[in-house]
Design a binder for this molecule. Structure first.
Ligand code: ATP
Length: 242
């Protein structure tokens, strides 16, 4: 069976500057791929292209076999995407926003109510359900973003820094949630927290200057006595010097 995520030769140029350079990888069901790299390496740009939110200059991305450019609705049906930053529509309440995204996904009536309640329970948002998103703290805003990504229980999750801004307890909860969902899904998370990779990821890709410099399970990267931190510094500082 084909991988749930297939990226081939994905490239993005901005006015002569290449932010993502010929990136290819695929992710199978059951894999949690940690997407690592220094600031500006091209992680968010890759994730935005994979999620169909930014057209590539070159190359293709497919989600459950659907090309994100040619078959955007089919691709998005199978995708939950947590972008960087806070959810849009800051004036909506948490429950209003989640019901709105659920309706866009085609849910109505009791199914919409059940899915909204379940997404809030998974991300522990019940206590702020009637609060406008703009009045929430950074960590709660991230959790609203995560809740909308999970609402339709998609087989593919693309999560841009899912634990950014969360307190240690919430980081723990979200990592636990990712681990619980992992067997049924293909998940890509970007993170700057290297311990997170060991905690939840079955595989790690490090990119630097838009190029993949390593693609291996964390345990393999940590062989020969190197910590992931040392591997990251060696590979990415080497790239910067080049
Ligand atoms: N819309 C845009 N126009 C021009 N340049 C852009 C645009 N979006 C991103 N870039 C540039 O592309 C490069 C990659 O950015 P990107 O946000 O993908 O990096 P990142 O790896 O996610 O970084 P960080 O870890 O800081 O979030 C950066 O140099 C950034 O300035």
């Amino acid at each position: 069976m084909a991988a749930l995520i297939e990226i081939e030769r994905l490239t993005k140029r901005f006015a002569g500057f290449t932010a993502v350079d010929d990136v290819s990888f695929s992710v199978e069901r059951g894999e949690v791929l940690g997407f690592l790299g220094p600031n500006g390496a091209g992680k968010s740009t890759t994730m935005r292209m994979l999620a169909g939110f930014m057209p590539p200059t070159f190359g293709t991305a497919r989600i459950c076999g659907a090309d994100v450019v040619d078959q955007p609705v089919a691709a998005k049906r199978h995708l939950g995407f947590l972008p960087e930053g806070a959810p849009t529509y800051p004036e909506m309440t948490v429950t209003g926003f989640l019901a709105f995204t659920g309706r866009i996904r085609g849910f109505r009536g009791s199914e919409l109510a059940d899915r909204t309640a379940h997404a809030m329970a998974l991300t522990q948002l019940e206590g702020v359900r009637l609060q406008p998103i703009e009045t929430l703290s950074k960590g709660f805003k991230r959790r609203v973003g995560l809740a909308q990504a999970l609402l339709h229980d998609p087989p593919v999750l693309v999560l841009d820094e899912p634990t950014d801004g969360l307190d240690p307890n919430q980081k723990h909860e979200v990592r636990d949630l990712i681990r619980r969902m992992a067997p049924e899904k293909a998940i890509v998370i970007s993170t700057h927290i290297l311990e997170e990779v060991g905690a939840v990821c079955t595989r790690a890709i490090i990119i630097a200057r838009g190029k993949v410099v390593v693609d291996a399970p964390p345990s393999v990267l940590e062989e020969q006595g190197s910590t992931l931190d040392e591997v990251f510094r060696r590979l990415t500082l080497g790239q910067e010097a080049a």
